[in-house]
Design a protein around this ligand. Structure first.
Ligand code: ADP
Ligand code: MG
Length: 474
């Protein structure tokens, strides 16, 4: 009987497509087989009506072909024995319906029966009826392979908090913003994967703002709005929307997104947005949505410092089975200022070249073969330039930063300049000590202090970003 069901499932997967299959067919159990009838167990009445109306003939056909004779389908409802779902909006726990949809692929949710028409409140049946799955979440972007450093620690912690308690109002929505290639998308997928790991039945939807926009346009054009809303409102327990800066100026999309957001939030569903800019800088961002984002949790991501880049480089090399010594890692990291995506490309190339030449990745080897893709020399600044930039931002005099007066408004920028000099020049702690007229332990202490404060201090991160920009480092 199992073999038969497998065979029929295979045929249905072919004819209905992966997404429809996962949602509607996967949860069905074959409970009995008689010479003239096939008994199938479905989660509830709504499910039965829908499957019967839409896939009944296809299923009858598939069984007929597998058995070599005509049969009738009988649907039995499993949920009639099961207790009713207490929280209609939570995905059913341990329902055995967990399943995975083609990763990265974005497919249509099947059209809805009238019961799901817009404006009607969700019923327990509806909540129950959907097989669990995730859509669009890449399984390889997880918290375990995300390297945490001062520049992304805050966003990482916020993402973890969301994965830990999706829907918690303090973090709803979570809005992650920062430059390109800094790991925003990675964190978004990591949230999805972590929520799923903890609750395999959770319905998680990853989508880019662009996809959302395109699907909305199609839905409007082909009058499939209830279908669209089913997908974005009723279905997901967690909605992960990437790159909302692409919503720019699209009124109808913004409005729909706002209502989608309100709908989800009212029901304790989690929403996470990413963007390359702050909500108020997303041009034409629906004002109410902007306010909601600002009163949720804003988490910025800064370009990683050299240490973090080196750690990321080691991680990526290890993923490829490439052994990179610390000095090679530092050599490479210093030549791809800031952008993690570039590092990834570089390390892939290096790995391929090493295999090709059957060589070890030494600095000389990297210089010889990657010369054309590496920045000539790391973009460097000298200590004086850094100190000047800090002085100008904090509106203090350079002499005061170099001096020893211990006023609060001087100590902070002074520590910051020491840390920045360490980050952006090749000077050692004793070298920096000489610049500031301090011993190396003082410099070391100051750098540690700044590195420790960065994750919890958005103002400080903002200052770092501003100084880096003014120095042409970011
Ligand atoms: P963004 O969405 O901010 O443009 P991505 O998340 O796409 O950036 O990151 C670019 C690449 O760099 C991805 O392959 C991602 O896995 C990797 N990456 C970024 N930050 C980290 C990190 N901290 N640790 C490990 N990999 C990272
Ligand atoms: Mg991205």
């Amino acid at each position: 009987m199992d073999r038969l069901w497998e065979q029929v499932q295979g045929a249905l997967m072919q004819s209905l497509g992966a997404q429809n299959f996962e949602i509607w067919i996967r949860p069905i159990r074959l409970s009995n087989l008689t010479p003239h009838a096939v008994h199938l167990q479905v989660p509830n009445r709504y499910y039965r009506d829908w499957v019967q109306a839409n896939y009944g003939p296809t299923m009858t056909d598939a069984f007929g072909r597998a058995l070599g004779r005509g049969v009738e389908l009988h649907f039995e409802i499993a949920s009639e024995q099961a207790p009713l779902l207490a929280e209609a909006d939570r995905p059913p726990q341990g329902s055995g319906l967990a399943s995975q949809v083609d990763e990265g692929e974005f497919l249509e949710v099947p059209p809805l029966p009238p019961v799901l028409d817009e404006g009607r409140p969700p019923t327990e049946e509806v909540a129950r009826s959907h097989a669990s799955s995730t859509i669009g979440v890449s399984p390889d972007k997880i918290f375990d392979n995300f390297v945490v450093g001062a520049s992304n620690q805050f966003a990482h912690a916020a993402a973890l908090a969301v994965a830990d308690q999706p829907g918690e109002s303090q973090y709803n929505p979570l809005y992650i913003y920062g430059g390109t290639g800094l790991g925003k998308t990675h964190l978004l997928h990591a949230i999805g994967n972590e929520v799923r790991r903890r609750d395999p039945s959770a319905r998680i939807l990853y989508v880019t703002a662009e996809q959302f926009t395109n699907e909305l346009i199609d839905a409007l054009r082909y009058r499939r709005m209830s279908n669209f809303r089913e997908k974005y409102r009723r279905w997901p327990a967690v909605l992960l929307m990437d790159d909302v800066q692409f919503l720019t100026g699209k009124d109808r999309t913004q409005e729909e997104l706002f209502h989608t957001f309100e709908w989800l939030k009212e029901r304790g569903r989690q929403i996470v947005f990413t963007s390359d800019v702050l909500p108020r800088e997303v041009h034409g961002f629906e004002p109410r949505l902007r306010t909601r984002c600002e009163s949720g949790m804003l988490a910025d991501m800064q370009p990683p410092d050299l240490e973090t880049l080196v750690a990321i480089l080691h991680q990526k090399a290890a993923d490829l089975g490439l052994d990179v010594t610390p000095d090679v890692a530092r050599f490479l990291a210093a030549r791809v200022r800031g952008n993690v995506r570039e590092i990834e490309g570089l390390i892939k190339r290096l790995s391929a070249l090493c295999r090709l030449h059957q060589a070890q990745p030494t600095i000389a080897f990297a210089r010889l073969h990657l010369g054309n893709v590496l920045a000539d020399e790391p973009h460097s600044v000298d200590a004086q330039e850094v100190i000047k930039a800090v002085a100008s931002l904090f509106n203090v005099r350079v002499e005061d930063l170099m001096g020893s007066r211990r006023q609060r408004q001087l100590v902070r920028p002074r520590h910051l300049s020491m840390w920045l000099v360490r980050e952006h020049t090749d000077l050692s702690f004793p070298d920096i000590g000489r610049v500031f007229g301090k011993d190396h332990a003082t410099i070391h202490h100051a750098c540690k202090k700044v590195a420790g404060d960065l994750p919890n201090d958005a103002d400080l991160r903002g200052a770092v970003a501003a100084i880096r920009r003014s120095l042409g480092l970011a």
